[in-house]
Design a protein around this ligand. Sequence first.
Ligand code: QUE
Length: 353
Amino acid sequence: MSDEVLFSVNQNGAATIVLNRPKALNSLSYEMVRLIGEKLREWKTDHSVSVVVMKGAGPKGLCAGGDIKALYEARSSTSALQDAERFFEKEYEVDMAVYQFPKPVIACLDGIVMGGGVGLTYGASHRIVTERTKWAMPEMNIGFFPDVGAACFLNKAPGHLGRYLGLTASVIHAADVLYMNGADIYMESGALERLIQKVEHTDWNLVNVEERLDQMIGECKAEPPQESKLAPYQKAIDHHFRYDTLEEILQSLESEGSDFSVNAKKLLLSKSPFSLKITLKQLIDGKHKTLEECFATDLVLAKNFLKHNDFFEGVRSVLIDRDQSPNYKYQHVSDVTDEAVNQFFQPSESAQF
Ligand code: QUE
């Protein structure tokens, strides 16, 4: 039995999922997502479970994403590639199961919540951020793309903010996670700890679960200590990121010398041009897709990225050698043709990209 994720159900009807790989920032292995999926399926119909709490072990946070270092090994053998594909299939299935879970899920977005951590919590009914929250879809840093349903949920952020967050891989804090609709409630991390204690000590069999939970959260919640940093830039973001090509977005940012546009352009130019173009199309198309369709597209893209050298080069430069100087096959956005982008959205057993 793996202890990479811990499960418990107490007599009061409170169930807990603890991501328990603190040395790897609780990044998700295949075994972890498989076990979480199994438990959620069991707990869905288990009358002894009334609420589920999801949290991370250790001081750093909830979850840094998928175990990308393990995926890196997938470049070397066919069986490792199959393992990696299996990971994404199971991960997306479990993310979806959280959206569909029929009982309250309290997700503790305390500390680092990135990539796969966002995917696991976005569909939770009660998403709580704290003064320690560092939230991001950071895949653009490693030559990948914002997966785990991001084409759906980034489009739920105001205006074109989702495009900005996905394409720049910006790290945001509590007020901005609330602003972009990635969380529901703010409280101090100390209050969150007390709330979880109370959840565990309440006999859920004796109360109206939704009502009591709302009341308990109401007693702990607060206003975030800092205002949204992104809201003041909403107009600029909408202006520059309204275009449907990277070339036009970059041109728009270049046409103006504000700190915001200079910085945004610098961020974009530091990313894999191939990833940028895939992601923009993914987000444009995602606007008209159901959540299920977004996850299906994510799976096609993830499998194709496993056959794309720029993904492994991105991972190598950020997580393995840490030299931060990827040598991408596509160096400029103009090198990436529409044909190459469109082809990448087709399922392919044999193609090498
Ligand atoms: C982008 C990412 C990830 C990342 C860094 C990025 C990611 C991920 C990790 C990570 C961090 C620490 C670990 C680990 C993985 O870092 O998804 O195993 O110990 O999981 O810039 O997408």
